[in-house]
Design a protein around this ligand. Structure first.
Ligand code: KDG
Length: 322
């Protein structure tokens, strides 16, 4: 007998605490920080849960206060954390966001994640039965870059979920601070080739394949095999190709940008929610761009992701201000 899926989505990857500088400028001179729960795959888990999916997050955290912070953040959103392992030895990873310096309008992430608990997720810690009970599994290129152990765990988890009938989702999420384009390209291409749903920002396509045009990026990624391919282009919106071969486009929603970190994850969370809930393609992409832009207007990676009810009220002009 085939077990019925009990989750709509599982994400797997390292959670991190973000220290976001409150002021612009070099970190040498920053004295105050806001603290946020972050990490790409945790952001996607939180976002999709807020949008109404049943979500599980697989990860490893230090047995420290920052690990408690991330666990509480996931649980507060209703994300199932039964598969999060605590590590008594290694710490939870953190990163610091420097703003508007030295390039106006741009943030830089400074990682303190070497030797973190999250990098040590091993195949032996995966529960195959849990993995076989989801409709979608989502991982990113960050896990491929962080450690061989985490990369292997991600690949094994994807295969186990697929064996149970899940769709495999992958976001390229290229991080130049973690590996070079030449190191990343073959691994990213292999992951895309074994994915049903693929995400690649135009920025990532430029870094990995030197592609400058959104349609060319979409065609390149789609040619590797996924049924659904989405390319997010920041202020220029997004395009998506579905299994029916139809290409849809959506414009970005102008916003006063506070912090773009996490916008790509919010976009992914919305697309995955739309796929899980069978939203029509155009509506799905418009909603994903809208959520991405709302997140850009709020500090933190995932705090700006709306609930499904909020999203619908904004998208259909039914938001009541007072
Ligand atoms: O997408 C946002 C992430 O980049 C951030 O939360 C930190 O996971 C992170 C990473 O590895 O860059």
């Amino acid at each position: 007998m085939t077990a019925q899926p009990t989750l709509d989505l599982i994400t797997l990857g390292e959670g991190m605490v973000q220290f976001g500088a409150r002021t612009r400028g070099s970190l040498r001179h920053v004295r105050t920080y806001d603290v946020h729960a972050a990490g790409s795959e945790l952001n996607v888990a939180i976002g999709a849960a807020r949008l109404g999916l049943r979500v599980g997050w697989i990860s490893r955290l230090g047995a420290d206060d920052f690990g408690d912070l991330l666990l509480s953040a996931a649980r507060a959103e209703g994300v199932d954390t039964s598969q999060v392992v605590r590590d008594a030895t290694d710490p939870t990873g953190i990163f610091v966001v420097q703003r508007g310096y030295p390039i106006d309008g741009h943030s830089s992430s400074i990682y303190y994640r070497a030797g973190s608990a999250g990098a040590r997720l091993s195949v032996a810690e995966l529960d195959v039965d849990y993995l076989s009970r989801t409709t979608i599994i989502h991982t990113t290129g960050i896990s491929l870059a962080v450690s061989g152990e985490l990369a292997e765990a991600a690949a094994t988890a994807r295969a186990a979920a697929a064996a149970g009938g899940a769709q495999r989702s992958f976001d390229v999420n290229y991080r130049a601070k973690l590996w070079s384009p030449d190191e990343a390209r073959p691994q990213v291409e292999a992951a895309l080739a074994s994915s049903d749903i693929a995400f690649c920002s135009l920025e990532d396509a430029r870094a990995l394949w030197g592609v400058d045009d959104a349609d060319a990026a979409l065609e390149l990624v789609a040619s590797l095999g996924p049924d659904h391919t989405a390319v997010a282009c920041g202020r220029d919106g997004a395009i998506m190709l579905g299994p029916d071969g139809v290409r849809v486009r959506a414009a970005a929603v102008p916003t006063q940008v506070v912090d773009t970190t996490g916008a790509g994850d919010a976009f992914c969370a919305t697309v995955l929610t739309g796929i899980a809930r069978d939203w029509p393609a155009e509506m799905l992409l418009q909603r994903a761009c809208l959520v991405g832009s709302i997140v850009c207007g709020v500090a933190g990676d995932n705090e700006g992701i709306p609930t499904l009810d909020e999203l619908e009220r904004v998208a259909t002009n039914r938001w009541v201000h007072r």
